[in-house]
Ligand binder design. Structure first.
Ligand code: C2E
Ligand code: CA
Ligand code: CA
Length: 611
């Protein structure tokens, strides 16, 4: 906005009046007061005067021929040059109506003739001062506006700079992110980026029924050998070559990442059937089987692939990779340069086992176990000679669990020791009770199964001693069953423990005989009392009626070594007849009775059955 300068010199007043007399009087007063005064007799002259010099104030008569004061005023107000000039009407007309019209026409004041000079002067001065003030305000405003504009411009410039700075930082960030999300050797996406993509694939399957993805997890077979023998430089060169070859089998829509070391991963999206994925795995394996011609060496490198057919029920992408990894290990285990598809059953079994293990720990503390007893029958007499103690787990939710389901876990977890100690104590207590049973005159034996693990426990023997001492049971009535594998471990420690047990007069029985691979001469060197022929041989005896399988030989061996033969798993009367004919000493099986609870043992003893 342009700035208007306030005149410091004499103020210029234009008097417009058709009466020369009036003009004269008025002008002389004003001149005396120091104003420059010009005169115009009509609109025409006034216009010329304004053109020459724009006045600071106009004194205007109303009654003039042709164009009257009102009209002159209107024209002055409509004219750009004079619109801001204050116009004071000077007139003999003293009617309110006239004054109103004057103000409506744009006048700022109204002086009635005849006038008092002082009044005219004061009014003129006031309006001039008012005009100066107005101009000052306008100027201040315009300066303010300029400042605002300048500041706005400055701010805009600063904003522009800032934006440029932000842009360059974002660029840098993208570059850094790119570095962070990619493998520097191959330039492929890395694990982090892969998992992100996998996560969005997982989210998509949850929303879109038609969308299906699959993951291939690939691990080079024996890559370490190359690295160790030819050096890391060659190893790196090989990894790049492997990456290129795999990449060539993929479509641009697949995500291919180096997962770390010699591991790669592929995310296949929008796959329709598992066949497609298998084909790809085969193709990759095929491609990798060709020799790699590196700069100095020719290298062969296979890879094993784990496939996970993306399931929407996964919670996290990491879990998908975990299972793909499991499948990859299966592939490796089954002979390398293969693929294996992950089976969710594999995982749920693992989970179940984990839960079982947790429960098992508590079960030992809470003693949730029960002992069942299965009678052993003397085959010549047909009467019960003893019982085998078989443990069961009374699970608070799952009910009765058989030992085959939890004994291996208990062994793994180191719980077999407390479990067996508890069992041994309980069994000894039971035996004392049954021994005092009036219906029974002969002594009873109780068989206990011992895990291989127990033999490495240094406290085992002293614990056994303590239990025997406390219960006052005759060790000769206790049979300890061990499997062939225990003996096959051949450690001096095992042999030593067995001899010490034998010294205490425990009876030692080799269980599940025939399922291990113990050599007979080797068995001979152990202080054993009996062999228990595994039920699988007893079952097969019938299928092979002619020679009765291996059972006769086993009984013969036992007897030739001075041991008793026990047949387990006798289910039919035919089996019983055959075993009797072979002079088998003892038998056990559903034909006589399954394992029963301790309370039912008394019934059995009282009934004193004979088979
Ligand atoms: P095992 O020592 O060979 O025990 C014999 C198994 O055969 C028992 O299974 C028994 O119930 C079953 N059985 C008995 N008669 C017959 C029959 O006529 N036909 C068939 N098919 N099976 C018969 P159970 O009780 O399920 O025990 C399984 C295995 O668990 C035992 O095999 C033993 O190795 C182990 N076990 C049981 N209790 C203990 C224990 O307290 N400690 C240890 N370490 N292992 C135990
Ligand atoms: Ca047994
Ligand atoms: Ca057995």
């Amino acid at each position: 906005m342009r700035e208007i300068r306030i005149k410091n010199h004499k103020k210029d007043i234009l008097i417009i009046d058709d009466t020369a007399d009036n003009l004269r009087v008025l002008s002389s007063i004003l001149i005396r007061e120091g104003y420059t005064v010009r005169k115009a007799l009509n609109w025409q002259m006034a216009m010329t005067a304004c053109h020459a010099v724009v006045p600071d104030l106009i004194l205007l008569d109303i009654m003039m021929p042709e164009i009257d004061g009102y009209q002159v005023c209107q024209r002055l107000k409509a004219w750009n040059l004079t619109a801001d000039i204050p116009v004071i009407f000077v007139s003999a007309l003293d009617d309110v109506f006239d004054k109103v019209r004057a103000f409506q026409a744009g006048g700022v004041d109204y002086i009635t003739k005849p006038f008092e000079f002082e009044e005219v002067l004061v009014r003129v001065q006031n309006h001039l001062a008012l005009r100066d003030a107005k101009i000052e305000i306008l100027n201040l405003n315009s300066r303010l506006e300029q400042r605002v504009q300048r500041r706005t411009k400055e701010l805009e410039d600063a904003m522009q700079k800032l934006q440029a700075e932000i842009n360059s930082r974002q660029e840098l960030q993208t570059k850094l992110l790119n570095i962070v999300l990619h493998d520097s050797l191959t330039g492929l996406p890395n694990r982090v980026l892969f998992l992100r993509k996998l996560e969005s694939a997982l989210n998509r399957t949850k929303q879109d029924d038609n969308y299906q993805f699959a993951v291939l997890f690939l691990d080079c077979d024996r890559f370490k050998v190359v690295n160790d023998s030819l050096g890391h430089f060659v190893g790196d060169e090989l990894l790049i070559a492997i990456a290129r070859r795999i990449q060539a089998t993929l479509s641009p829509f697949d995500t291919f990442a180096r997962f770390g070391g010699d591991e790669f991963a592929v995310l296949l999206e929008n796959v329709t059937d598992l066949g497609m994925v298998k084909d790809l795995a085969e193709k990759i394996i095929q491609e990798l089987s060709l020799p790699f011609k590196l700069s100095r060496y020719e290298v062969f490198m296979d890879a094993s692939i784990g496939i996970n057919w993306g399931d929407r029920n996964y919670e996290k992408p990491e879990f998908i990779m975990r299972d793909a990894d499991t499948a990859m290990y299966r592939a490796k285990a089954s002979g390398r340069a293969r693929y294996h598809i992950f089976d969710p059953v594999m995982h749920s079994q693992a989970i179940k086992l984990l839960e079982l293990e947790n429960d098992l720990r508590r079960a030992v503390e809470r003693q949730e176990f029960i002992i069942y007893y299965q009678p052993l029958v003397s085959l010549p007499t047909g009467r019960i000679s003893g019982f085998e103690a078989l443990i069961r787990w009374q699970h608070p939710q799952h009910g009765l669990i058989l030992p085959t389901e939890f004994i291996p876990a208990a062994e793994e977890m180191g719980l077999i020791y407390p479990l067996t100690t508890w069992l041994l104590k309980s069994v000894c207590k039971q035996l004392r009770i049954w021994e005092s049973c009036p219906v029974r005159s002969e002594s009873l034996t109780i068989s206990i199964n011992l895990s291989a693990r127990l033999f490495s426990n240094p406290n085992f023997l002293s614990e056994v001693d303590a239990v025997i001492h406390e219960s006052q049971v005759n060790p000769a009535n206790i049979e300890l069953e061990i499997t062939e594998s225990v003996i096959m471990e051949n450690s001096e420690a095992v042999r030593n423990v067995l001899y010490q047990l034998k010294q205490r007069e425990f009876r030692l029985v080799i269980d599940d005989f025939g399922t291990g691979y113990s050599s007979l001469s080797y068995l001979h060197s152990f202080p054993l009392n009996a062999i228990k022929i595994d039920k699988s041989f007893v079952r097969r005896m019938q299928e092979n009626k002619e020679n009765m399988g291996l059972v006769p030989a086993m009984i013969g061996i036992a007897h030739s070594m001075g041991m008793k033969a026990i047949a387990e798993g006798i289910e039919t009367p035919e089996q019983l007849i055959q075993l009797r004919s072979l002079n088998c000493d003892l038998g056990q099986g559903y034909l006589f009775s399954p394992a029963v609870e301790a309370t039912r043992v008394i019934d059995l003893l009282t009934a004193n059955p004979q088979w």
